[in-house]
Design a protein. Structure first.
Ligand code: GLU
Length: 492
């Protein structure tokens, strides 16, 4: 397919919803798969929803997720800039463009001025509701002639411009994920195209922009599906070619309701804050609402680009499953080098007050081993401080099982053996740590579980945990001796 151009067109409401990120991801995958362009357009015609700094936030979240913007709004040296031949890409800067096309629709008879007051419209809606009808504009101002309308406008009356839909006409379009969709115009409302403040509505702006920006495929959430027939009719009225539509199923919570902010984390920032990696979040989100032909679940961005298929987009909502996200993310956590992990986890570590960058600079080997030691059990970065806890927590036997180990018959022999050997050593190197338990085995005569379990319980207060030789190295001689002394108080 030639010249594929897709866009992500969020409203700057302050944060990027993960459902929005998924829409952006699908657009991005489609663009890359077809060597096309991925545009970012800002839909800010609803000024009441505008939030300061929201555009920067959106771009930061997209960039973090690895979605490179080819055209439209982007950031350069910390500034929001616009790049491309179809600008401006921020709708509030395009008002004159919308006005031109609204005028064209008025002239061609596809739109009309409407002077109905809010009060009249409210009453109308109430009446319709009471009669059990779907609230819809009754078309009163369709009868106002152009001449009269111009006079009323000159007299300072407030007005909007509405789309004049044909009577009883089937409007059809193809949705690549859902097939042919047909709606009769009698089921539709004479949509407001331009509001009384001179701003276009979303419906007008989206059609004008998608056409002028050469958008070939519209990949967006299914909440826009009911609006699409209006858009399709607008394309026809303006004499433009209709793009291809692909509507995406919702991202749902476990109750199968739309994932909403009230229930907790929904923004990309929230998930980033919990220490999900962009690769993990994008990989998982791609699978909410789309599935590959085989059962593959771990996908790099390049693999997603190859495998993504709009025909395999689900028709019903996908449940956002945090456990599954954790599982996918843990895969990417394991792929990090120890240095990368340390670097990324540093903000969490410093916040928890465990150690500082300066500490790391003084003894990089120690912290590298620490990361290698804990890495396998992690789902996300925010778990790093807790996973390092065995080094910093005051030693305490917390687990029933550990207590049992220290009361076992072999415990005193093991602890004494450890004390003896450590007493003769200077600081323990990683290599020495690897051999220590074998030495204890020799002098205590205890081996296997009877050796390792009491040793672990004494050093960590726990029966599970990372590789014991790493723990020995990380704790160091003095701390181990301290802990062994304490462990003795638990002996039978
Ligand atoms: N501005 C709309 C939104 O916030 C975009 C809808 C569309 O992609 O057409 O979801």
């Amino acid at each position: 397919m030639d010249n594929v151009r897709v866009r992500f067109a969020p409203s700057p409401t302050g944060y990027l919803h993960i459902g929005g990120l998924r829409t952006a991801v699908y657009n991005y995958l489609y663009a890359r798969q077809h060597n096309g362009k991925f545009l970012l357009r800002i839909e800010d015609t609803d000024r009441t929803r505008f939030v300061e700094g929201a555009i920067e936030n959106l771009i930061r979240s997209l960039t973090w997720a690895g979605l490179e913007i080819d055209e439209g709004v982007m950031m350069e040296n910390g500034e929001v800039v616009e790049k491309g031949d179809c600008g401006p890409y921020i709708q509030s800067k395009r008002l004159d463009i919308y006005k031109k096309y609204v005028d064209q629709l008025l002239e061609s008879g596809h739109a009309y001025y409407c002077f109905c007051t809010k009060e009249r419209l409210d009453n109308l809606r109430e009446e319709q509701k009471i009669k059990g009808k779907v609230p819809r504009y009754d078309g009163l101002c369709r009868g106002v002639s152009m001449e009269e309308a111009k006079k009323r406008i000159a007299n300072g009356e407030d007005y909007v411009v509405r789309l004049k839909l044909p009577h009883d006409r089937d409007i059809s379009f193809e949705d690549e994920a859902r097939g042919t969709i047909t709606i009769n115009s009698n089921e539709m409302d004479d949509q407001v195209l331009m509001k009384s403040d001179g701003f276009p509505t979303y419906h007008m702006a989206v059609v004008v922009d998608d056409h002028l920006m050469g958008i070939t495929h519209i990949i967006r959430g299914e909440e826009w599906l009911p609006s699409t027939p209006k858009h399709v009719y607008l394309y026809e009225a303006l004499g433009w070619e209709v793009p291809t539509y692909i509507h995406l199923p919702g991202v749902l919570n476990s109750d199968h309701k739309k994932l909403s902010k009230r229930q907790g984390d929904v923004s990309v920032e929230d998930f980033r804050g919990h220490g999900y990696l962009p690769e993990g979040l994008v990989n998982y989100l791609a699978l909410v609402g789309w599935s590959p032909e085989d059962n593959q679940e771990i996908f790099s961005m390049d693999e997603l680009i190859k495998a993504f298929d709009t025909k395999r987009i689900a028709k019903t909502g996908g449940v956002f499953d945090v456990k599954k996200l954790d599982w996918v993310n843990s895969h990417y956590m394991k792929e990090l080098s120890a240095d990368e992990l340390l670097d990324m986890a540093m903000p969490y570590i410093e916040k928890a007050g465990l150690f500082t960058k300066e500490d790391v600079e003084k003894n990089p080997e120690h912290y590298r081993v620490l990361m290698e030691t804990i890495q396998d059990g992690l789902d996300r970065l925010e778990q790093v401080p807790e996973a390092c806890g065995f080094l910093y927590d005051d030693y305490e036997v917390t687990e029933e099982a550990a207590l049992e180990q220290l009361k076992s018959e072999s415990a005193p022999k093991v602890i004494e053996g450890l004390q003896e050997i450590l007493g003769e050593m200077d600081e323990i190197t990683l290599e020495e740590a690897g051999k220590l338990m074998k030495q204890v085995q020799k002098i205590s005569g205890v081996k296997g579980k009877n050796l390792y379990m009491p040793a672990r319980a004494a050093m960590t207060g726990n029966v599970h945990g990372p590789e014991l030789s790493n723990i020995i190295y990380l704790l160091g001689k003095d701390e181990i001796l301290k802990r062994l002394e304490k462990a003795k108080s638990y002996f039978a």
